[in-house]
Design a protein around this ligand. Structure first.
Ligand SMILES: [Fe+2]
Length: 157
């Protein structure tokens, strides 16, 4: 997503979160290690579905600003899923008395929440507005074309 974002600020936000995600993975590995468990990767069907849905949304427009807005929508769905998951894990860790691991999971949870808020900020302050302008221009072009088509008919009457 960082590569395909047209808006520079959005691109930077995705790149920053990508770096954070690497750190999230390291934290998870630490949590597993601390608890004497081995992490194993499994395919997350829900996340796979969210990513596919995001791709489909982005294919619906050729306008780069509209695609950026769709990208934010898709990314926020992913962030919310992560927030729910890390929140649950943090609570489980607390309940089981694994305070250090709960703190690590809380750090990740806070970063996911910050990312979600940043994306909302970017959406409402610029990306959605640019997307709206782009769509209006497209609509106006469409109207002009349909007016041209109907003009000869009017003239014949
Ligand atoms: Fe995330």
């Amino acid at each position: 997503m960082a590569k395909t974002a047209a808006n520079e600020e959005l691109k930077a936000a995705f790149e920053q979160h990508l770096e954070q995600t690497e750190e999230h993975i390291s934290r998870l590995e630490r949590v597993f290690e601390d608890l004497g468990e081995k992490p194993k990767g499994t395919k997350c069907e829900a996340m796979k579905g969210l990513i596919e849905e995001g791709k489909r949304m982005m294919e619906e427009s050729n306008d780069e600003d509209v695609r950026d807005a769709a990208m934010i929508a898709a990314a926020q769905k992913v962030e919310h899923y992560e927030i729910a998951t890390y929140g649950t894990l943090r609570t489980y860790a607390e309940m089981l008395g694994h305070d250090d691991q709960a703190d690590l999971l809380q750090e990740t949870l806070d970063e996911e929440k910050d990312t979600d808020e940043n994306l909302t900020e970017l959406a409402v302050t610029c990306v959605n507005l640019e997307a709206e302008e782009g769509e209006e221009e497209e609509d106006e072009e469409g109207e002009e074309k349909s007016e041209q088509k109907t003009q000869p008919a009017k003239g014949q009457r």
